[in-house]
Design a protein around this ligand. Structure first.
Ligand SMILES: *Cc1c(COP(=O)(O)O)cnc(C)c1O
Length: 370
């Protein structure tokens, strides 16, 4: 079976070596040595001086919204993982869905201003698939209307815009280190922020709002990263660059095979962005191609090849939200979700496997590409 992704793991001995001290210290969580070291290394690596680690990417988003004390409407996109929308709702805020761009699935900045009301407090855009949002346009809008900007940067680890680390944009950016992401700490997440006060709140909120031994000042939760996860992050960080090089090669081979096939579209890359090559979504235009997205997925499955409809359905179509939203108001997000298929993509993916995958897809076209 060719799986859709393969979790990055360091050599077994290297990890064992990293966790050895834990058997001496008996300190397994609560911001121990590994946590401190990982937070430091991470900040250096992604070029951010203010970073707070979390148990996962989702809690990072939930807690940063709470740390900013946001109450009201938050403009976001429905073309994302459940986490983004849930984090808004679980903070007692109201998601207001903006449509996405055809070419890269990030928020369409032309459509943001129309959605702003007196209740709007923030914009929560997603750097989806590692495609970076139009950060300058978003900043201009946010400045004009005095809104916070929190990026869901779960897909954007290690990326740069014009040489500037992606976490530098907005009031905060949230990263995920889940096992399926380009960089993992088994489960994990981080917030990159700029305001010291927000940092203190994040630190407290992830530990029940505890401020001092006998002082609890915030309605926090438990969202601390433990020492084993931190150790995994420390080890995996050493392999990020090497894996990135490999993923870039995998990406190129896919593109060589699939470019120019009528009805198969891929995301446009921007010259200004240094990508992490985290996913390979294709968008199937059934009329032009001659087969549907679902038919391609089934054919791949019959050949022992995994793939994911990532993202389908859009979050405004979820059972828990659909009563309150009209998805036809975000027509591009709705259509893209019906066209998308994420193909197997990871650093060690065999070139022969990529050939096989692309051959199967080409064969399904109504045109002859052989
Ligand atoms: C993975 C992901 C998250 C949540 O991260 P976890 O670490 O799994 O909690 C949030 N947003 C997006 C877009 C994601 O892909």
């Amino acid at each position: 079976m060719i799986k859709v992704t393969k979790t990055v793991m360091p050599p077994f001995e290297e990890y064992c070596n990293e966790i050895k001290d834990l058997w001496e210290s008996h300190w397994l969580t609560n911001m121990g040595q590994k946590h401190q070291r990982f937070q430091q290394l991470l900040g250096d690596f992604i070029g951010a001086d203010k970073v707070e680690l979390f148990v996962n990417g989702h809690m990072a988003i939930e807690m940063v919204l709470q740390a900013f004390g946001l109450k009201g409407e938050i403009i976001t996109t429905p073309y994302t993982f459940a986490s983004t929308t849930h984090a808004i709702v679980r903070n007692g805020c109201v998601p207001v869905f903006c449509d996405i761009n055809e070419h890269d699935c990030t928020i369409d900045v032309e459509k943001i201003e129309n959605l702003i009301t007196p209740n709007t407090v923030a914009i929560l855009p997603v750097h989806v698939y590692g495609n970076i949002c139009d950060v300058n346009a978003i900043k201009n809008i946010a400045d004009k209307y005095n809104l916070k900007v929190i990026y869901d940067a779960a897909h954007a680890f290690g990326e740069y815009i014009d040489g500037i680390p992606v976490g530098n944009y907005g009031d905060a950016s949230c990263f995920s280190f889940h096992a399926t992401k380009v960089f993992n700490s088994i489960e994990g997440g981080a917030v990159v922020y700029h305001d010291e006060v927000i940092g203190e709140r994040l630190y407290e909120l992830k530990n029940f709002g505890i401020h001092g031994v006998e002082e609890v000042c915030g309605i926090g939760a438990n969202a601390k990263m433990n020492e084993f996860s931190s150790a995994m992050g420390i080890c995996n960080l050493r392999y990020f660059e090497e894996n990135l090089k490999k993923r870039k090669e995998v990406y190129k081979i896919y593109v060589n095979h699939l470019m120019g096939i009528k009805g198969i579209n891929i995301c446009e890359l921007k010259k200004s962005v240094t990508y992490n090559y985290s996913y390979f979504p294709i968008f199937v235009n059934e009329n032009e191609f001659g087969a549907s997205r679902d038919e391609i997925q089934l054919k791949l499955f019959e050949n022992d090849i995994g793939s994911r409809k990532y993202f389908y359905p859009i979050t405004s179509e979820f059972d828990c939200y659909k009563e309150n939203y009209d998805s036809s108001l975000t027509p591009i997000a709705l259509r893209k979700s019906k066209e998308v298929l994420s193909l197997p993509f990871y650093a060690d993916l065999d070139f022969s496997d990529i050939n096989k995958i692309c051959k199967i897809i080409k064969k399904m076209s109504r045109r002859n590409y052989f």
